[in-house]
Design a protein around this ligand. Structure first.
Ligand SMILES: N[C@@H](CCC(=O)N[C@@H](CS)C(=O)NCC(=O)O)C(=O)O
Length: 280
């Protein structure tokens, strides 16, 4: 059991002091959701094994009353299993399944693409002793130099924003992905958004009036403004240029939003799609 309600948390931060990793951000929120105070062990990318006594090469990692727990998902499972009387991060098994699907989708359409738009800043904002490692390891991961990868980011950002419509659809109708209160689904997606905010030095990534904004602001405010770190860059303020797609849709799209309450509700659509068809 956590001594003095405090859990030791190994951070992964940039020279700005802001946490960088989506996994680490999501874990910070998860610990706060469970009501814990954090004893933060600061640090950057190099020397993670030294900092953790050889226990891990990757972060997040926590120590709860002498017990090491690794991996963001492993930490969530541990917290819910060990502290079931505190608010659950995954209140039902279906939340785990849907959150993993949502996270995989978001990673593909946003987390990865935003990283590739900001990979030079990612390296330049890291601690000086991390530069060589970040350059070498991320160029191996990306298969290009960081400069080549980041180039043309202005032309890619609008389509990334446009691709977030499924998330907007969900959050138009609910305050949280968790429904009436946040759960780990909110923290997981917000972790990726905060990761982006830690590196998007050259440009905001979402429009000023993006419909996701109220939910993002709510997440930033949680736990005494946990996400409002001064080292983060503005997320909002991306402008649509004439050649760009709309950065977001003005209202929900898709069949799920057109509730069928009988022929009156579908008449106009039926008329439109059958126009010109021979009458039976
Ligand atoms: N499956 C792990 C992934 C953690 C991970 O990859 N962490 C990265 C930060 S995003 C890391 O520690 N990187 C250190 C490095 O690149 O040396 C989790 O969910 O915790």
């Amino acid at each position: 059991m956590a001594q003095n309600n405090t859990i030791t948390f190994y951070d992964l931060a940039l020279s700005t002091g802001a946490t960088i990793s989506p996994f680490v951000w999501a874990t910070k929120y998860a610990l706060k959701h469970k009501g814990f105070d954090l004893d933060v062990v600061p640090g950057g990318f190099t020397k993670i094994p030294e900092r953790t006594g050889g226990v891990t090469e990757r972060l997040p990692a926590i120590v709860d009353d002498g017990k090491w727990v690794l991996d963001s998902w492993g930490i969530v499972e541990y917290l819910d299993a060990t502290y079931p009387d505190r608010p659950m991060l995954i209140p039902h098994p279906s939340v785990a399944i849907v959150t993993r699907a949502l996270d995989a989708w978001f990673w593909q359409v946003a987390t990865g693409p935003w990283m590739r738009c900001n990979c030079v800043s990612y390296r330049d904002l890291s601690n000086p002793e991390d530069h060589e490692y970040i350059t070498h390891s991320r160029e191996k991961m990306l298969g290009k130099t960081l400069e080549d990868m980041q180039q043309g980011y202005e032309d890619r950002l609008p389509a990334i924003s446009a691709a977030l419509e499924p998330l907007r659809i969900a959050l138009r109708e609910a305050d949280w992905l968790g429904g009436e209160s946040p759960n780990y689904a909110d923290y997981r997606i917000m972790g990726s958004i905060l990761f982006t905010a830690s590196v998007c030095q050259n440009s905001p990534v979402l429009a000023e009036d993006d419909p996701l904004r109220p939910w993002i602001e709510r997440c930033l405010d949680l736990y005494g403004g946990l996400g409002r770190h001064p080292g983060l860059f503005p997320l909002f303020g991306l402008k649509q240029r004439p050649q760009d797609p709309p950065l977001f849709m003005p209202q929900g799209q898709g069949g799920i939003h057109k509730r069928n309450t009988g022929p009156e509700s579908t008449k106009a659509e039926t008329q439109r799609i059958t126009e010109g068809m021979a009458k039976a």
